[in-house]
Design a protein around this ligand. Structure first.
Ligand code: IPM
Ligand code: MN
Length: 371
């Protein structure tokens, strides 16, 4: 390539960035949520000069039922070479493994298979969203950083049981804890602190008063925290954290915790910001990341235009941001923000949006073109 060619190549790259994403629609309401999100991402990308290339990868309980495995052969490699992955919820209560757990859930296959050790779950109360508690918009804005590759869930498929008893074990390692705690402190550096006082703070959530595994988690937390004197290191036992997330959520900025605790407390947090249908997440590793709603596949309402697609849409925005397209991500986030603030989207007490899934998609699309 001569120098003129390389200049031309550089210029056209800047004007039209290529983004190669894999979409995994999943089970239940997954396909309709992903369909909604893809329409919004396509429009936002075309408005900001991002050339979006999508390929589809099946996965979940439907695939498990048909093949005996949750993913097709070679799936992990196809996900690894993509710039990022947008995944819908998976699982069907009727699809069970012989041990009684659900088949095709993918948590173990994807999170451990891709080593996406950080499960990042922003919890934010937006203006115009009816919440279950009396919190004001702006007073709930924290990030749950859930360890994603060890903890109690490492026992999935590996616990022991007979007819009378069953046992699962929790694994906490020094290395696994150090990397997730470091990740949490790095996130805190990029944020603007807790709503209450603007102080950058990472709260270690554990039960180190009771279990040795959590005592190790806390010990490693304190060691890593010493490298971040500009961020306040805070501690809260998990039971007290469940209380404080409801009574004084404005205290929190970033919370870091073991896998199972993060699963439970992120659903609790969702309950304070308009429900599970409002909450996106990212599963982030050194070189691969995938983004998905924090909730399940709600098969009872699947295909009925009843699901709230906001969790999936915001997961799409997180994915774009992770891939370096902050402008495109902000366009989507701002569209959601202004649609709620203006009363153009409202969520019914059932968790379904007024007007249905497609109406939310249309509204967000319209707000994309506003400014
Ligand atoms: C989540 C989900 C999954 C989990 C399930 C579906 C396996 O609840 O992402 O929080 O437990 O991690
Ligand atoms: Mn969960």
């Amino acid at each position: 390539m001569n120098s003129l060619d390389s200049i031309t190549a550089l210029t056209s790259k800047k004007q039209q960035a290529d983004l190669n994403l894999v979409i995994m629609p999943g089970d239940g309401i997954g396909p309709e949520l992903v369909h909604s999100t893809v329409q919004i991402m396509q429009q936002a990308c075309s408005m900001t000069g991002v050339n979006l290339n999508l390929s589809e990868e099946p996965g979940g309980a439907g695939v498990y039922e048909a093949t005996g495995a949750g993913l097709l052969g070679g799936a992990l490699d196809r996900l690894r070479i993509a710039d990022g992955v947008l995944k819908g919820p998976v699982g069907l209560p009727s699809v069970r493994k012989p041990d009684g757990t659900e088949g095709g859930l993918l948590g173990g296959l994807l999170r451990i298979g891709l080593d996406t050790f950080a499960n990042v779950r922003p919890v934010r109360l937006r203006a115009g969203v009816r919440a279950a508690t009396r919190a004001e918009p702006g007073s709930i804005d924290y990030l749950i950083v859930r360890e994603n590759t060890e903890g109690l869930y490492l026992s999935r498929g590996a616990g022991v049981r007979n007819h009378h008893a069953a046992s699962d074990q929790m694994l906490i390692t020094r290395e696994g804890t150090a990397r997730i705690v470091r990740f949490a402190f790095e996130q805190a550096l990029r944020r603007s602190g807790a709503p209450r006082d603007g102080v950058r703070r990472v709260t270690c959530v554990d039960k180190s008063n009771v279990l040795r595994s959590f005592a190790l988690f806390r010990e490693v937390f304190d060691e890593v925290a010493a490298d971040y004197p500009m961020v306040e290191a805070d501690h809260c036992y998990a039971d007290a954290a469940a209380h404080a997330l409801v009574t004084e959520p404005e205290r929190f900025d970033v919370l870091v915790m073991e896998n199972f605790l993060g699963d439970i407390l992120s659903d609790l947090g969702a309950g304070t910001v308009g429900g599970l249908g409002m909450c996106p997440s990212g599963n982030i590793g050194e070189d691969t990341a995938y983004f998905e709603p924090i909730h399940g596949s709600a098969p009872l309402i699947a295909g009925r235009n009843l699901a709230n697609p906001v969790s999936q849409i915001l997961s799409g925005a997180m994915l774009l941001n992770h891939c370096g397209h902050a402008e495109t991500a902000d366009l989507i986030d701002s569209a959601v923000e202004s649609a709620f603030a203006g009363g153009h989207i409202s969520i019914l007490p059932t968790g379904s949006p007024a007007g249905g899934t497609e109406a939310v998609t249309e509204t967000v699309l319209n707000h994309l073109s506003v400014d």
